[in-house]
Design a protein around this ligand. Structure first.
Ligand code: ADP
Ligand code: MG
Length: 367
């Protein structure tokens, strides 16, 4: 169902400027600056305790910053009480009123805002249509599955047509299959509503599949911000490379700088790598490579003229459905994980087999 044009409102743009929240001596948020575009789907991704919820609560107005500013469409909202910010919010635990029906739950924010009765029932119906629960209005939350309850919570959060929707681990309580379905639903909803979404999650797969951009948080700060593919292909730190996806990490020393490429010596082997900032000659660095970007040299895949190359022996071989995962020991002593797509025509490697592996310079990142 596509919405009529009058349902669409323009998404809010949100600016966080040196935002800080301290609890005594603990800095839950330690100076976050971030510009969220109108209509963007932005995700705050990070481990537990990295300050994601606190950041969201400050945007919603349930926590006040110790320092810094929050602006919506260029105007500071720090002094505006939560109910006047007109922001929708969805929590992990649904937070539905158990004694109210689905329709009464969705109606609640409209009633609070003094919307006339006739208009309210129309808006409630539209919101339940939007989350694909038409005809569920008379049920009680306990008569719904977890996924359906979360859809009701989303309907309640958007029924008053906010220009910004904040979602704190909204799919965290659901099982994997349902979570994946609802991820697609949330994307659809975002496209239909056209408003700004800010999602909090600790689940990297969820962040990668849903977001326009991801801000990776660590220790109350933004470690890196970018599109999912930017973060995956060009992590700027060990933390980001290990938190998003899997990576091999090898210690290395910088021994030369060529056009746009850094030459490093890694356990006796020369390699070429790319780096966001050119490091100093002699600097001790870490080289990182994604397991699925490494290839066995005898497979015919183009990796570029100056690809990196290493000889290794297979230590472990595991079939994992869509991929085979190999643990290799390079001749220089490094442990390397390589993942290869599985397939009827792809030869599986055996333990003890000697191999050569190759990979592109662009897939060799200094962090
Ligand atoms: P996340 O959502 O990323 O898991 P939070 O924003 O909830 O992280 O918490 C960030 C840090 O701030 C944690 O170390 C947490 O213990 C601390 N913190 C959060 N809320 C409070 C509070 N009300 N009082 C004291 N410390 C808090
Ligand atoms: Mg949290």
């Amino acid at each position: 169902m596509m919405l009529r044009n009058d349902y669409r409102v323009r998404g809010a743009s949100v600016s966080l400027v040196n935002l800080e929240k301290r609890y005594g001596r603990v800095a839950a948020v330690g100076g976050v600056s971030l510009d969220i575009q109108s209509g963007e789907f932005l995700t705050l991704l990070g481990p537990s305790g990295s300050g994601k919820t606190t950041t969201l609560m400050m945007i919603a107005g349930f926590e006040s910053p110790t320092a810094g500013d929050i602006a919506i469409d260029g105007a500071s909202i720090v002094a505006v009480p939560p109910y006047r910010r007109n922001i929708g919010m969805v929590f992990q635990n649904y937070a539905l009123f158990p004694h109210l029906t689905v329709a009464e739950n969705v109606d609640f924010p409209l009633k609070q805002r003094g919307v006339p009765k006739a208009e309210r029932s129309k808006l409630v119906r539209e919101a339940l249509d939007l989350v694909r629960l038409p005809g569920y209005g008379e049920r009680h939350p306990r008569q719904l599955s977890g996924g359906q309850q979360q859809r009701v919570a989303v309907a309640r959060a958007v029924v008053f047509k906010p220009r910004l929707l904040l979602l704190d681990e909204p799919l965290g309580a659901l099982d994997k299959q349902l979570r994946e379905n609802l991820q697609i639903e949330m994307r659809r909803l975002h496209a239909e509503l056209g408003i700004t979404f800010v999602l909090v999650t600790h689940d990297q797969d969820e962040a990668l599949t849903m977001s326009d951009r991801i801000a990776v948080m660590n220790d109350g700060r933004v470690a890196q911000i970018g599109r999912p593919e930017d973060l995956y292909d060009r992590p700027c730190s060990h933390f980001v490379a290990s938190f998003i996806g899997q990576s091999n990490f090898l210690p290395a020393v910088v021994c030369g700088l060529e056009e746009g490429v850094v030459v490093v010596k890694c356990q006796g082997i020369l390699m070429r790598a790319v780096s966001s900032q050119p490091p100093a000659l002699g600097a001790e660095v870490t080289v990182t490579m994604r397991p699925e970007r490494l290839r066995f040299a005898d497979t015919s895949v183009e990796t570029g003229p100056l690809a990196n190359l290493m000889s290794a022996t297979v230590l472990e071989a595991a079939f994992a459905g869509e991929r085979c995962r190999y643990l290799l020991k390079s001749d220089c002593g490094a442990s390397i994980v390589l993942k290869e797509a599985s397939g009827a025509t792809i030869r599986r490697r055996g333990v003890g087999e000697r191999t050569e592996i190759v990979w592109a310079i662009a897939d060799t990142i200094l962090v």
